[in-house]
Design a protein around this ligand. Structure first.
Ligand SMILES: [Zn+2]
Length: 500
């Protein structure tokens, strides 16, 4: 009985030699399996450290945005008159989001901080994610583990001009731009149709699917035939080729003419009668300008266009599409009549057209156009200031002064009479650009205070009709808004200018 008991107990507690071997094998396999798993993990970590991690760290996108987003709150964008145009706020759960108080008004120029970014949000991304806060503030952030505040972009934009321009283009497609010709400071840049950057996430699909290209900044990316605004360059070439005799030009307009086998009519089939250069320009006489243009030296004229930034990259805070001259060394005679009055294959951006006018208003010198006046730290110290600088000489000063007189006559006795007021003086040029079978595009480009130019305004209304009836009255309203306020007190100046 007892013996049996002991045997049973042996059966329970002492395995036989075959069973012991089985158990040892099982443990060995388990150990090898765990070791293999461990080795695999080490191998993966080593691989990641050497290859994947270095790719993650060296990617400029991740390096800048991911790392900076952890430690810096994106800075604001403000207008020249001190209004906030874009800022970072926090929702109830503490998540940061971008807020645009003016909603659609600055949509294209200020841009958006999602869906690939646009406008100044894209152009000044790095500056807004960089912080120049005081050392004490940075120390405090270090101690409390809170984020630093990114720098503020202080733009040249004027909220009153921008709002006025946006209102004027309501219901239209087109663009309005205002630039100070003596400094290159862009005071307004509106493109319609537009969008509300606050609602970009919700409306992204609709915005992208609409055929009217809502996201396109028509000011710098829209390409249009310049129409009669282009007669400025045809006149400039004529003056350059005939320095002593340009004022002797006479012509008798009969409302239409045939040059190089091309029939050209004056707008509205008007017969302008006997003209000189000033009256032909003031009335925007097509037949006179085709006659002038077809007598020009083609090679010289192409050179002049290139000097005036056609087929050229324009340096600016935002990307600008290259305007296209519809003439080349191999152009046929029949290409010239349309080209010299701004039709044919020539296409220009409204921004480029505004810059040509800036140069003429500024006696031939184009100042570099700018959107950023200066950059400040969140505590108000100036980090950097954009110096105004000469960009390019488009014409000789004496030729620019002749053109200024032609442009003034457009307003006092020509197609720009919508701008003839006693409050201030304006010089400029209208344009009614033919556009295939669609309604004409409406242009005005000109400047105010002719003896000491203050502001260039360029208006383009797609399919708007006559420049004299649509674009010119809109420009008059922009100038009105500009002179409503005292110029000296108009814009905020950086308080500690000169600090770097
Ligand atoms: Zn005519």
């Amino acid at each position: 009985m007892n013996k049996n008991r002991v045997e049973k107990m042996e059966n329970i507690f002492v395995p036989k030699s075959g069973q012991r071997l089985k158990t040892n094998r099982y443990m060995l396999f388990t150990c090898i399996f765990v070791l293999l798993l461990f080795a695999g993990l080490i191998a993966y970590l080593t691989y990641f450290t050497i290859y994947e991690a270095s790719a993650v760290i060296t990617s400029p996108y991740n390096k800048r945005t991911a790392a900076l987003k952890e430690s810096v709150t994106r800075g604001s964008i403000v207008s020249a008159d001190g209004e906030i145009l874009a800022e970072t706020k926090k929702d109830d759960e503490g998540n940061e989001y971008r807020y645009y108080p003016y909603e659609h008004v600055f949509a294209h120029v200020v841009g958006y901080d999602s869906h690939g970014k646009g406008g100044l949000e894209s152009a000044c991304n790095y500056e807004m994610m960089t912080s120049h806060e005081s050392l004490s503030a940075q120390f405090k952030h270090g101690l409390t583990g809170t984020k630093k505040s990114g720098d503020t972009i202080c733009t040249t934009l004027d909220t009153r001009l921008q709002e006025k321009a946006s209102d004027l283009l309501s219901g239209h497609r087109g663009s309005i731009i205002a630039i100070e010709p003596k400094t290159g400071k862009v005071r307004a840049m509106v493109s319609r149709p537009d969008f509300d950057p606050n609602l970009l996430d919700e409306e992204w699909e609709d915005i992208n699917s609409e055929g009217s290209s809502v996201l396109l900044n028509r000011a710098v990316q829209g390409m249009y035939p310049p129409g009669s605004t282009y007669k400025l360059l045809t006149a400039l070439e004529y003056i350059e080729e005939n320095p002593g005799t340009y004022s002797d030009f006479t012509y008798k307009c009969k409302g239409e003419t045939i040059v190089n086998s091309v029939r050209i009519r004056c707008y509205g089939d008007v017969e302008h009668g006997k003209e000189n250069l000033t009256s032909a320009f003031a009335h925007s006489c097509n037949t006179a300008f085709v006659t002038i243009g077809c007598g020009l030296k083609l090679k010289r004229f192409i050179d002049l266009n290139q000097r005036c930034l056609f087929d050229d990259k324009i340096l600016f805070d935002l990307p600008v599409k290259k305007s296209r001259l519809g003439l080349g060394p191999s152009s046929k005679g029949s290409d010239i009549p349309q080209a010299v009055i701004g039709q044919g294959n020539t296409l220009i951006t409204p921004f480029h057209n505004a810059l040509i006018m800036c140069a003429i208003a500024n006696d031939g010198i184009l100042m570099k156009p700018i959107l950023t006046d200066h950059i400040e730290s969140v505590d108000g110290h100036v980090v950097s200031t954009t110096e105004t600088e000469k960009y390019k000489k488009l014409s000789h000063p004496s030729d620019a002064i002749i053109l200024q007189k032609l442009l003034r006559a457009v307003v006092t006795k020509g197609t720009g009479r919508a701008l003839d007021t006693e409050e201030y003086t304006v010089a400029g040029k209208t344009g009614t650009a033919e556009n295939g079978k669609e309604e004409d595009h409406s242009w005005f480009v000109g400047y105010s205070n002719v003896d000491n130019p203050d502001l260039v305004v360029c208006v383009l209304v797609e399919n708007g009709g006559a420049g004299s009836e649509v674009a010119a009255p809109m420009a008059a309203e922009i100038f009105d808004a500009y002179y409503e306020n005292d110029l000296d007190e108009k814009y905020l100046k950086p308080e500690n200018q000169g600090e770097k």
